[in-house]
Design a protein around this ligand. Structure first.
Ligand code: ADP
Ligand code: MG
Length: 322
């Protein structure tokens, strides 16, 4: 059981940023309106995520650390059919298997619970006084899997990956307030107002947010909206184009290309825009066929969607008479 956890952990937990991603997703699933992420030494020493979500009922705490005990579905293809980000009941057991983990949680109906695990085994259990919500602290990640530990890069690199994850989640959920603190220093913060432009400003600065054109469009099957930053502020890489389907970050080359098409001749060769696009659709039109962490999506009626995206972005710039 513990060995299985350690092996499976390698799939879910690649580095500190993967822990941050899984914990934030759980907070979102718990209906949090505020998520605080506190990091020490790029997450290598500790990662603490505190939310104001629904919390765990006392009887659910232990179960959550048993592999697949909470699995919501059977196969990856169902990923977009469910309302929650988590679905396999794998993250918490996997993270716990390769760290020291401490959980403090309260659902506001029962006394709070305090649980401490070492390498997936519960070593202390008690009640706790706590406000509604959950705090999970992960320390000494990979302390018992030296091979994995060795593979990690510098604090600087790991912190960069964590920042990417938090930025992405903030862009996906503008109505959730995110705070990222590293060694007591606030690196990133959003206000949870639901205003995407504010989130963009938090990620890339006010100048970039001011240069962003908002767009909106819909077709029979799709709704798209977002912010396309004017090409005067462009980048040398593609990773500043964020595509979210039903609030889930995905990668999809045809969709990326349709965004580039929307920019058309405005973008210089070798340059890429900063752009955030939210796509909403019936979940039955989207499918993931690869590892869920990579989130490469396949979309039915892709042609319709691509045309809608290009046209909507093109219009946004046209409207503003670029
Ligand atoms: P999954 O998200 O796939 O269900 P996880 O291992 O990530 O699996 O989490 C297991 C379960 O623990 C969740 O289904 C949820 O019931 C509970 N849980 C985890 N994190 C939180 C949280 N922050 N607040 C409330 N419940 C949580
Ligand atoms: Mg989860």
């Amino acid at each position: 059981e513990t060995l299985a956890n350690k092996i499976a952990a390698g799939e879910v937990v690649e580095r500190p940023a993967s822990v941050v991603k899984e914990l934030i997703e759980n907070s979102i699933d718990a209906g949090a309106s505020s998520v605080l992420i506190e990091i020490e030494e790029g997450g290598l020493k500790s990662i603490k995520v505190t939310d104001d979500g629904c919390g765990f009922a006392p009887e659910d705490c232990q179960i959550a650390f048993e592999r697949h005990a909470t699995s919501k579905i059977g196969k990856d293809a169902d990923l977009f059919h469910i309302a929650t980000l988590g679905f396999r009941g794998e993250a918490l057991p996997s993270i716990a298997a390769v760290s020291y983990l401490e959980l403090i949680t309260s659902d506001d109906e029962h006394p709070g619970t305090h649980l401490v695990l070492q390498a997936g085994h519960i070593i202390a259990k008690g009640s706790a006084q706590s406000r509604k919500g959950t705090e999970i602290k992960v320390e000494r990640l990979f302390y018992n899997t030296p091979a994995r530990l060795k593979y990690l890069k510098s604090i600087h690199t790991e912190l960069g990956k964590i920042t990417e994850v938090v930025n992405r989640m903030a862009l996906a959920y503008p109505n959730v307030r995110f705070t990222l603190i590293h060694e007591q220093k606030t690196l990133f913060q959003t206000n949870g107002s639901g205003n995407l432009s504010h989130v963009l400003a938090a990620v890339y600065g006010v100048r970039t947010a001011k240069a962003a054109y908002s767009f909106n469009g819909e077709s029979l099957d799709f709704k798209v909206s977002g912010l396309a930053v004017h090409p005067q502020i462009s980048r040398a890489g593609r990773q500043y184009v964020y595509i979210f389907i039903n609030n889930r970050f995905i990668r999809n080359y045809p969709l990326f290309n349709s965004i580039m098409d929307g920019y058309h001749t405005l973008m210089m060769v070798g340059r890429y825009p900063i752009c955030v696009i939210h796509i909403y659709m019936d979940p039955s039109l989207v499918d993931v066929n690869v590892h869920p962490a990579k989130l490469e999506a396949r979309i039915s009626k892709e042609g319709e969607l691509c045309a809608l995206i290009s046209e909507t972005i093109r219009k946004a710039f046209h409207r503003e008479r670029l």
